[in-house]
Design a protein around this ligand. Structure first.
Ligand SMILES: Nc1ncnc2c1ncn2[C@@H]1O[C@H](COP(=O)(O)OP(=O)(O)OP(=O)(O)O)[C@@H](O)[C@H]1O
Ligand SMILES: [Mg+2]
Length: 272
């Protein structure tokens, strides 16, 4: 992947951009820091195309939990829960748009259904839909999408932001996928003490817990998505978005940033 068209996916985790244990509470301090990091990365590497995704944190996950929505397809989810979860995501989304714009990171909303479609419970992106993404980059904007509630004939289910990163990587080569969170990376132990793992090669080496407001699997889901990404030829990074320099450094590919990495399982696609 040449520099002119290199492509990076950044998933802004709900643990970073919201106060995940407080219902409907955006973490403005962290969002502003993220905005500065993105702006810095963009000015250091103007040709880099960044695709942004944000998670639900205490917005989406809050109502999803209250109404027992999940990632399984079901007809049982109440309309009120589906509506409130979607509305909460839009609210968080507009807060992020505004803050990023204030820092000079000009985004355009990509509604998940604009570019993703569904094939047997898998969110996919088709070539035509990719064209739309290209048009966004040609206009010097950064696409911003988010986890959502998908509605199909047979019912509804939640698609996490992490899974959107996977759909993107299935559609075209992505240099790296970065999961920005409120912790330094993946810890081997569930008390989040000691150094994070530098590199992760398989599941099962990590003890974890799921936060109060999280209906998409928490860190365990993130790790298994990360392993799938690496099998597709993507390098994966779990990085702390609350520490100055780490997100921007990971985006531009600096060496030696504190993070957990899962390297691409394909030859010739390994990056710092
Ligand atoms: N072993 C572990 N290593 C790292 N984080 C862990 C571990 N066990 C539990 N966690 C928790 O997992 C959280 C990250 O996963 P979570 O799904 O909550 O965040 P997110 O993906 O940023 O949020 P969202 O799903 O709302 O986008 C961290 O904030 C941390 O508290
Ligand atoms: Mg999550």
């Amino acid at each position: 992947v040449g520099e002119s068209n290199s492509f990076v996916v950044v998933k802004l985790g709900g643990s970073l951009i919201t106060n995940k244990d407080v219902p409907l509470s955006a973490n403005l301090k962290n969002i502003r820091l993220v905005a500065r990091e993105l702006s810095r990365a963009q000015s250091l590497k103007p040709n880099l195309r960044i695709f942004l995704i944000h998670g639900g944190g205490s917005f989406g996950h809050y109502f999803a939990k209250e109404f027992s929505l999940g990632t399984e397809l079901s007809k049982k989810y109440p309309a009120e829960g589906l509506a409130k979860t979607s509305a909460a995501m839009m609210r968080l989304h507009s807060i992020i748009l505004e803050e990023l714009s204030g820092a000079g990171v000009y985004c355009t909303t990509v509604l998940p259904l604009e570019i993703f479609s569904e094939k047997s419970r898998q969110i996919i992106l088709t070539k035509g839909q990719f064209g739309r993404l290209n048009d966004i980059f040609e206009n010097k904007l950064t696409p911003l999408t988010f986890g959502f509630v998908n509605l199909v004939k047979e019912g509804a289910y939640i698609v996490s932001g992490d899974k959107i990163a996977l759909a993107l990587s299935k559609a075209f080569p992505i240099e790296r996928v970065i999961f920005a969170m409120d912790v330094d990376g993946i810890y081997p132990s569930r008390n989040l003490k000691g150094p994070v793992l530098k590199e992760l090669k398989k599941r099962g080496v990590v003890n974890s817990f799921v936060k109060k407001y999280d209906v998409t699997g928490g860190i365990v889901g993130k790790i298994s998505t990360g392993l799938m990404l690496s099998n597709l030829g993507t390098n994966v990074f779990f990085v702390n978005g609350t520490k100055v320099g780490r997100l921007s450094g990971t985006i531009i590919g600096l060496d030696g940033i504190v993070a957990t990495r899962i390297y691409s399982a394909k030859k010739g696609t390994r990056y710092p």
